[in-house]
Unconditional design. Sequence first.
Length: 332
Amino acid sequence: MEHSGITKISTFIFSCVLIFGCINNKKLKKSVAKKPNIVQYRTPQFNADSAYSFIQKQVDFGPRVPNSDGHKKCGNYLVNTFQQYGAEVFLQEDVVQRYDGLDMYMKNIIASYNVDAYKRVLLCAHWDTRFMADYDTNKVNSPIIGANDGGSGVGVLLEIARQININPINIGVDIILFDVEDQGQPNSDSNIVKDSWCLGSQYWSKNPHEKNYFAEYGILLDMVGAENAQFTKEGASIYYAPKIVDKVWDIAHKIGFSSYFSLDKTAPIIDDHIYINNLIHIPTIDIVEYDINTHNKFNQHHHRHSDDIEIIDVKTLKAVGQTVLEVLYSEK
Ligand code: AHN
Ligand code: ZN
């Protein structure tokens, strides 16, 4: 009998400690949660005419093939533009070898916003253009102008940078323009060289601009400017980052761009996101055009001289740019 009395008292004391402990704990959590100044900002309007003019500007430099004058001038223009839009810019410059041994001067351009924020999203595209027109019938060995393949992803990202600069955002954003994506080995070669594409993203993924760099997820933009483009759920994106694919496609559909963001799943492709996923392990998706009716399932002008400013449609730029902005500004 006496035992049960002692048990009751000790249970009471134990409960008091528990309750007190809980209250105390809650208080602590509350004061911690108050600390960061989280505001739900409204998503700015992506200006597709502005993005278009950024593509025109790149095209005006001519082909942006590594070692060329157009490449050098365009690289400087991109750095200056990001700085003008308030980004902290990091450069990675080195020499890398093409599949045939040619030395290529490489310049990866990284533009960061809210450098001290812990939560970060990575946005990327390649800015170089192809040295040859593999799929053309004439002037196969002349470089392409790459309005869509090279110009479009960069154009959308420059407009996003311009918007972030004038509209505060809660998270950190890193925009990386990879160099030397498009200098890979042509399909006609017989002695296959491994990993000949995406040399800039391979380089960065092995040596990021900041030690221990990490982002919660990444979005790669490639060939995002053609009229009526279809962006399917590309195989490697689904494999490495299924939640990010769903997040982006859900938002695209919610804000009215379901006619661009197809729910079809298509085969994996080799692009910069493969190396980011495999080497630095940031779950990264590729928003890239898919067209089953073309020579290589990308776009009818792919690696042809006809990939010029005329094939760019502001409506497609708007669909992609507004969707990515909505994704960024919905993060807390
Ligand atoms: C393939 O051609 C399979 N991958 C290269 C991806 C690419 C080229 N993106 C733009 N140009
Ligand atoms: Zn290409």
